[in-house]
Design a binder for this molecule. Structure first.
Ligand code: AHR
Length: 685
């Protein structure tokens, strides 16, 4: 047995030999827990989130932009069926024209192509339409900002022909009530008008044109339509449609409802932007942070490793801003100078490395990121942050380097260069290394050996395993060396049959999270993965939150994450079993587990008990002098059919039930079968 009672008394919770005689009968011997009065400090940052643009989590998801391919930069190297006009359709309303692509005068070197709209015969308008990401959802009475860059190419005939009358002068705004030469509209998919605004003919240089559209009714699948009603040619780029209402009303911001669900998790940190997305499919596809900041037309979109286009509209500034808005610490992850080992679908052999001669510049790029986050507003990169509207530093404390890499000599050589440079210049930053994609195996072993050798301070572990694995490994971190690196459990989830988000999977995660608390001096951070999955666009299951263009559907696993986060503590109070009632095992299987933490800010004591037993479980909790018998207890219970899930599009069947009682009442109620029970003993009534 690996359990050492003297060192980790709380593990005694699940160690026992008495088997439950019958599961159909409620257990009658109460479970007796004694909470120790001697606290031990644990990580105050334990429960956070991991965001990756997978399953259309960013573009088409959290990032509030409603136009797909606003920059005309999709191309066949990203997806063989794509071109620069993917997402756009030519529209001819009784007229005639052409829609093409041009690269002669780009708006910026990072944004090489634009669209050219030419109207030969205006009719009732010639132009282009965009259906967004599976339709554009608009709400009656809400304002939507249109913004685009345009350049007047010519009026009348492009190549000679008769002289044109009534040519529209560039840059002359339409008078009030007058329809301008360019119209922007929201329409139903059948073409009914929902909102319309006029734009002036742009000047000869790239000109920003803006308007606001307020639809007269709600439509889940609207289209954005741009029409020109004069004979002319214009170049167009960065055609954007953005809801005015974003999360915290940030410009270039996030979808409010989705962001609010994330904020409600009260995560202590946000790991971003990936995942495999970070190290990318080949060295040319790594996520380079400098490509993601500044005006949106200057950002460099690229193929997403998950096989769609990343606009980079949600870039490093927006990530930092979001973290600040929700009170979470940013945990950015940069590539370790090597690409994903599965690049090009090579099944583990595709890792490619940046040439060594490129490493000095790459290392500088990593150091520049720290300056961008934390440097003074008059430093080179701090000034870029200030120019984006945030002169104050973002307070970066953590930096991830690499993501579950294959631990090769090329990886180790590059990681060490980056690690040493960051620690030399910024000893205040906690650098997080990586130990492969599993809780065991060659990369795990090699990653840990390298971690110990290099004295890396914290490492990122990942595992996606069956619910039983979590119950079977509640002692996983008990055996970790307290004098070596701390752990960031950066990605984990219980994968139940069919990869469904069942209560059974959520309780397995809850059980494991009590063990993370019990080991909170070695496990510093932990985040479920992945966070978001767009309905019908999901590439990976399960995810914590599902959504479509108008609704958000949190899983039971989300409820667990939220309950742990809202009931986190920074001190552990070990629990001991004081009775002989440890019926925690049935046929050798642990049936329940528990933890107790204190939140030093409020003084509240929080006991969590997770049971996967089919039987109700009477419980006695001895709090000694820690709380008086009339102290208020907020009891939160999540329980039900272990195979139930809160499926997308149907009302949630499993929700936390909150009641209030006193310490004296705790024992009157047994723990329900298949449950997470949280008893928050409130210090100040
Ligand atoms: O969370 C989904 C993926 O799983 C991540 O991108 C990767 O790090 C892991 O393999």
């Amino acid at each position: 047995m690996r359990f050492h009672r003297a060192l980790f008394p709380v593990a005694a919770l699940w160690v026992g030999s008495m088997l439950m005689s019958s599961l159909s009968v409620a257990q009658t011997v109460p479970l007796e827990l004694k909470v120790s009065a001697t606290p031990k400090k644990i990580s105050p940052d334990l429960f956070g989130i991991f965001f990756e643009d997978l399953n259309f989590a960013a573009d088409g998801g959290l990032y509030a932009e409603l136009i797909r391919n606003r920059s005309f930069d999709f191309d066949a190297t990203e997806n063989p069926s794509w071109n620069a006009l993917t997402g756009w359709d030519r529209v001819e309303r009784g007229g005639r024209g052409a829609l093409s692509v041009d690269a002669t005068v780009p708006v910026h070197a990072n944004n090489p192509t634009c669209a050219v709209l030419e109207v030969f015969e205006p009719g009732d308008g010639v132009g282009m339409s965009n259906a967004g990401y599976d339709g554009i959802a608009v709400t009656e009475g809400e304002a939507y900002d249109v913004s685009l860059l345009a350049r007047h190419l010519y009026s009348g005939n492009r190549w000679g022909g008769p002289r044109q009358e009534n040519v529209v002068a560039p840059a002359t705004p339409p008078r009030a009530g007058e329809r301008g030469p360019i119209l922007v509209r929201l329409e139903t998919k059948e073409g009914e008008l929902l909102a319309e605004a006029s734009l002036a003919m742009p000047g000869k240089e790239w000109t920003r044109l803006t308007a606001t559209l307020t639809p007269t009714r709600t439509d889940k699948e609207a289209r954005f339509v741009l029409l020109m009603n004069v004979k002319a040619g214009v170049a167009l780029d960065m055609i954007s449609l953005f809801p005015k209402k974003t999360f915290r009303n940030r410009a270039n911001g996030l979808r409010a409802d989705l962001a609010q669900h994330i904020a409600d998790l009260k995560p202590r940190f946000v790991r971003f932007p990936g995942g495999c997305l970070v190290h990318g499919s080949g060295v040319g596809n790594m996520y380079r942070w400098k490509d993601t900041i500044g005006p949106i037309e200057e950002r460099k979109g690229q193929a997403n490793l998950w096989r769609y286009h990343q606009s980079m509209g949600l870039g490093y500034f927006e990530y930092f801003q979001f973290c600040e808005d929700i009170g979470a610490k940013p945990v950015p992850v940069v590539p370790a100078g090597v690409s994903c080992q599965n690049s090009g679908f090579t099944g583990g052999t595709g890792q490619r490395a940046l040439p060594m001669e490129e490493m000095p510049a790459y290392i500088q790029e990593v150091l520049d990121l720290i300056e961008y986050a934390n440097g003074p507003a008059d430093s080179t990169w701090g000034a870029r942050r200030a120019a984006a509207g945030h002169p104050e530093p973002f307070g970066l404390e953590y930096l991830g380097v690499g993501n579950e890499e294959h631990i090769t000599p090329a990886f180790k050589e590059r990681f060490k260069l980056i690690y040493d440079a960051v620690k030399a210049k910024h000893p205040e930053i906690t650098v997080i290394g990586t130990v492969g994609p599993s809780w065991q195996g060659d990369d795990y072993e090699a990653g840990w050996a390298f971690t110990r050798e290099q004295k890396i301070e914290c490492v990122d572990e990942h595992y996606y395993v069956a619910p039983d694995w979590f119950w079977d490994h509640l002692d996983y971190y008990d055996k970790y060396d307290r004098n070596s690196a701390t752990v960031y459990l950066g990605e984990y989830a219980a994968h139940d049959d069919g990869r469904r988000s069942t209560l059974r999977s959520a309780l397995a995660e809850a059980a494991y999270m009590t063990s993370l608390e019990r080991n909170g001096e070695v496990v510093r951070l932990a985040s479920y993965a992945p966070l978001l999955g767009k309905h019908r666009r999901t590439q990976w299951t399960p995810n914590l939150i599902y959504f479509d263009n108008t609704s958000v559907s949190p899983t039971i696993n989300y409820e667990v994450q939220k309950l742990f986060s809202l009931n986190a503590g920074d001190e552990l109070l070990p629990i001991e079993i004081t009775s002989d009632a440890d019926a925690s095992k049935r046929e050798g299987k642990v049936q329940w587990t528990a933890s107790c933490v204190r939140d030093s800010a409020t003084g509240d004591l929080i006991v969590k008990v997770v049971s996967r037993s089919d039987a109700a479980l009477p419980v006695r909790i001895e709090l000694g002098g820690l709380a008086s018998s009339n102290a208020k207890v907020i009891r939160t219970v999540l329980s039900g059919d272990p195979l139930a899930e809160n499926a997308f599009g149907v009302p949630a069947s499993i929700r936390p039930v909150v009641t209030e009682q006193t310490v004296a009442d705790i024992h009157a109620q047994p723990l329900p079968p298949h449950s997470l029970t949280i008893l928050r003993i409130v210090k100040k009534n």
